[in-house]
Design a protein around this ligand. Structure first.
Ligand code: PLP
Length: 413
């Protein structure tokens, strides 16, 4: 029986930590729709400070944060927004900007690094002299990090240039910053500088930061006042919402500092995958916490088969297509989870256990206390496939001699 779970489907899957649960239980709350929830006020003030904007608003999701932002900037039906053809807003948000806001999307090709060529953006801006035929361009949207290209970071110089272009044409700039903290950490640029050129940003608190729910949108006081009305229109006014904001405040305090470790683990994962015969993973493109890999033609496994096989070992992944799989690292994934995953994938794809894989996992399971898993370690000796056992952390040392003995025997037989 496998008791270990390694959930790599997304960074949205984290469970609230103990300190978040305590903060939620103790949160001071009031009616936020009436504007009186003190914990929501604290979170919004903090998010405005971090992003260098005048004001912030807590909303239930990244999707609603983007929708509200686009709708505030494009408050005339039939307005046009320029956005990436591979952007989250365009692909994964139910076309809400069109169905709800009457906003027309004009897509520009996303490059492999998540950028759109600036001359292509400029060429996509409608000539207002032809407004008799054309929709009126009012907004440009960027995404940082860019999820579908593997969590790539848009550099600040690029964002500044797009901001200048927007200004030159009288347009607004919105950044889908669901993972802006990941970008900030990877680039070594503070969040407020990274989004300086933007008129609005939506920042997810429930992705890499690990809060259970919520996104903050930030911008000018006027933008946020209008956003607040739209949030109510969309049914996103939440009464004693301080319960959720309290967890988000803990996430900000405790988890930003863990993002660098997540990025390193993602890199290790990509490096390991790139060495497995039958797989292709581009290590250099892994800049933050998202890793894509491809199953090469001729490999004897499909992504669905691999997903199922891994699930049997407690590893959850998200196939992107029939040949592509996405893995997302978050702070509840430990270094030994990464090694365990690599061993399982190697075994599933090649049928051959990782060289020394079992030893490595065994050593790590014994020496490393995994984060946030209730203090249990499932010692799935994958490479050797000998033992399946759940051991409370407090029992580590009493079982070490037994395991070492077993290991020596297995190596000599
Ligand atoms: C880049 C990006 N933007 C927006 C969202 C939407 O966030 P939510 O799932 O909270 O609606 C996601 C979700 O994964 C995302 O990856």
């Amino acid at each position: 029986m496998v008791t270990r779970t390694v959930d790599l489907r997304s960074d949205t899957v984290t469970k609230p930590s103990e300190s978040m649960r305590v903060a939620m239980a103790k949160a001071e709350v009031d009616d936020d729709v009436l504007g009186h929830d003190p914990t929501a006020f604290r979170l919004e003030t903090e998010m405005a400070r971090i992003t260098g904007k005048e004001a912030a608003l807590f909303v239930p999701s990244g999707t609603m944060g983007n929708l509200i932002s686009v709708l505030v900037h494009c408050d005339v039906r039939g307005s046009e927004v320029i956005l990436g053809d591979n952007s989250h807003i365009h692909i994964y948000e139910n076309g809400g900007i069109s169905t709800i806001g009457g906003v027309h999307p004009r897509t520009v090709k996303n490059n492999k690094d998540g950028t759109m060529d600036i001359d292509l953006i400029e060429a996509a801006i409608r000539d207002p002299r032809m407004a008799i035929c054309y929709p009126i361009t009012r907004l440009i949207c960027l995404e940082n990090t860019h999820a579908n290209t593997g969590g790539r970071c848009l550099p600040v110089e690029y964002i500044d240039k797009v901001g200048e272009l927007a200004k030159k044409h009288g347009l607004k700039l919105h950044i889908d910053g669901a993972r802006i903290f990941n970008a900030s950490v990877a680039l070594g640029v503070p969040v407020h500088r990274l989004v300086q050129a933007a008129d609005s940003v939506s920042v997810c608190l429930s992705k890499g930061l690990g809060a259970p729910v919520g996104t903050a949108i930030v911008g000018s006081k006027d933008f946020i006042a209008r956003a607040k009305r739209l949030r109510k229109t969309l049914g996103g006014g939440m009464r004693q919402v301080g319960v959720l904001c309290a967890a988000a405040l803990v996430a900000l305090k405790e988890n930003v500092g863990k993002l660098d470790g997540d990025h390193k683990k993602a890199k290790t994962l990509a490096e390991g995958l790139s060495k497995i015969k039958g797989l292709k993973a581009d290590v250099t493109s892994v800049e933050t916490n998202i890793v894509y890999f491809d199953i090469l033609e001729g490999a004897n496994i499909t992504t669905q088969k691999l997903r199922k096989n891994l699930e049997e070992h407690g590893i959850l992944v998200m196939p992107e297509s029939s040949t592509r799989v996405r893995l997302v690292v978050h702070y509840q994934i430990s270094a030994s989870d990464v090694q365990y995953t690599l061993s399982c994938i190697q075994q599933a794809v090649t049928g051959v256990p990782a060289e020394n894989g079992g030893t490595k996992i065994f050593q790590q399971a014994v020496t490393e206390v995994p984060a946030e898993n209730g203090g249990n370690v499932a010692c799935d000796m994958l490479g050797l496939n000998l033992i399946d056992l759940t051991v409370p952390v407090s029992d580590y040392y009493s079982i070490v001699p037994f395991f070492l003995g077993l290991f020596v025997v297995s190596c000599t037989t």
